[in-house]
Design a protein. Sequence first.
Length: 271
Amino acid sequence: MTDPLHKDLLDLAQEAARRAGALLRDGRPADLAVAATKSSPIDVVTEMDIAAEKLITGLIAERRPDDGILGEEGGTTDGTSGVRWVIDPLDGTVNYLYGLPTWSVSIAAEQDGETVVGVVAAPMRGETFHAVLGGGAWASGAWDGERRLACRPAPPLDQALVSTGFNYVAEVRAHQAEVAQRLIPLLRDIRRGGSAAVDLCDLAAGRLDGYYERGLHAWDLAAGDLIAREAGALTGGRPGERPSGDLAVAGTPGVFEPLQRLLEDFGAWHD
């Protein structure tokens, strides 16, 4: 890592993710309840989502007051420095609400519109993933020290393990179920973890061969997308496009393109 700015951004992202992850892990009330809903009655926000975002944005504002911020729970400000933080304080809120372990804190930093730093902390798994543009993807966890990540060698598509997620709008979910039904006979299997950021990091760590989802936002994707790419995965949206709310696809080389073609053929990007 040669750019001092990227090192500073990484250090801040790691500190913010660690502190927010500890707050969420240790501060979860026994009677945790839904504080609000977003796109539908099952697309929920808890008081802990809001508290974690306030912690993260407050730390960034204290250390780098001229940076911009895009936060899922409304902590959004314009900046003047050319750096913007893209924050999902709790990716996998429904898992968190039910006490399931697959949830994460996702923090990315963009410089002049390009993601240069990504950190994803999964506290209940005891793992943190990070990447700096051009510097590879790394993780710390149960093993000693940091481990460099590399995605799996590409299997034939019919031996690929692929993860996905489902939207909270009923009509979109129904269409996504139809796409999954068509895909399942063509793959080894499909998983549904509940946190896009964790899925992308699991792809980077060799635990998945592919991932796709419709309806994601910038904060769902920014950090995990960089980590997956720095581990050797390919990412995109519809053919020739970047990942977007229409479609996000990621996979090992050899799985990415046939998976992307199938999703295009099946109309995974529309109702």
